[in-house]
Design a protein around this ligand. Structure first.
Ligand SMILES: N[C@@H](CCC(=O)N[C@@H](CS)C(=O)NCC(=O)O)C(=O)O
Length: 338
């Protein structure tokens, strides 16, 4: 009997200390009064600042949605611009609470960085941008090309695989930052610029004459992009996961920024659970009952964020494609809020 109760006490203590440790990130953020979010150094549609330092983008919306869930205020975010090379160290060191920076989920990143991916905000793939004047129609015509690429990316690795796999030669010209890479391409230091396709569209907008450049049809890799959190705080891991899921589920349930107030009064069981008028799911996450309302009020559902930042309502005009909801022909799918 004694032994059993000792074991029980030990188990309870372990559970308690795990809970205490797990509350750290949320507590740190609340004490600081601000979420620290790692983003790119300026990638239109995903994360870029305007001339007043106001950040927008699909990756930025994830940060704003998390801040809204915690503080009911999407402006309580400190954006930390990070190069591809420096992004993981910033997460490991605790400089940022979450990395939301067009980062591809791979096995080695998931296992070797002391961090976890929390979901997929954008299903991407790698492509090539060339000048139309080069008269190239396919990536398979790029034998002996010089290719501009950013260091510390999956892009560098896929580039090697693709050229090797197709018995083609190439010269790599690598840079640490996106701007340098694109400038080098524009000034003719290389024939090709390679990156995630969404980024090719985004970076093409920065060129003097975007219409002089074409994205080749080949997509040579899978680049599921998503936010990352440090290992060791499962509550925080859950929060970041479910903020993203809330945005996707809201779209599926037909909840958007315009009809939010009306929908929050609905009698539908799934809506009552999401809005916290039935149960306490938000509190189970360590947030408040109205967490879902706060998120959608701040950034809208996933589809609204997609359209505004990279889709039909944006300069990028990217089609939903794979990023459409699973029941509309795409693969965006979130577990149920229940
Ligand atoms: N998704 C790839 C590529 C990410 C990446 O950093 N791509 C460059 C290509 S332009 C970029 O976004 N740079 C933006 C920046 O450095 O701010 C990865 O996770 O490694």
């Amino acid at each position: 009997m004694k032994r059993v109760s000792l074991l029980f006490t030990l188990a309870a203590a372990a559970a308690f200390s795990a809970q205490a440790a797990s509350a750290e990130t949320l507590k740190t953020i609340k004490d600081r009064g601000m979420l620290s979010c790692g983003v790119s150094q300026g990638l239109p549609g995903f994360s870029s600042p305007d001339d007043k330092g106001n950040w927008t983008g699909l990756d930025v919306d994830v940060c704003r949605a998390i801040a809204a869930a915690i503080f009911d205020d999407p402006t309580k975010v400190k954006f930390v611009p990070l190069s591809a090379k420096d992004r993981f160290t910033a997460l490991q060191s605790g400089e940022i609470d979450v990395l939301s920076r067009n980062t591809t989920w791979t096995l080695s990143r998931d296992t070797s960085l002391g961090a976890n991916f929390t979901g997929v905000t954008y299903y991407d793939g790698q492509g090539f941008l060339v000048k139309k004047s080069l008269k190239v129609n396919s990536a398979l015509e790029l034998n002996s090309a010089s290719v501009c690429v950013q260091t510390g990316t999956t892009t560098e690795q896929n580039l090697a695989d693709y050229f090797k796999g197709n018995n083609m030669k190439y010269e790599v010209i690598a840079f640490a930052g996106a701007d340098e890479t694109v400038k080098a391409y524009e000034s003719g230091r290389c024939d090709v610029f390679t990156s995630d396709v969404s980024q090719l569209y985004a970076e093409r907008l920065k060129l003097a004459n975007p219409a002089d450049h074409v994205v080749l049809p080949e997509v040579i890799s899978k680049e599921p992009l998503g936010p990352m959190v440090r290992h060791g705080d499962d509550q925080w891991f859950d929060i970041v996961k479910w903020v993203l899921f809330a945005m996707v589920d809201a779209e599926e349930m037909g909840v958007n920024q315009k009809n939010l107030d009306e929908m929050s009064k609905s009698d539908k069981p799934e809506l009552k659970r999401a809005f916290g008028t039935d149960g306490n799911l938000g509190e189970q996450l360590g947030l408040t009952k109205d967490w879902f309302y706060r998120i959608i009020k701040a950034v809208g559902n996933y589809g609204e964020s997609f359209d505004r930042n990279v889709g039909a309502g944006s300069k990028l005009q990217i089609a939903r494609g794979l990023n459409q909801l699973w029941n509309k022909g795409g693969i965006q799918y979130a577990p149920p809020i229940r």
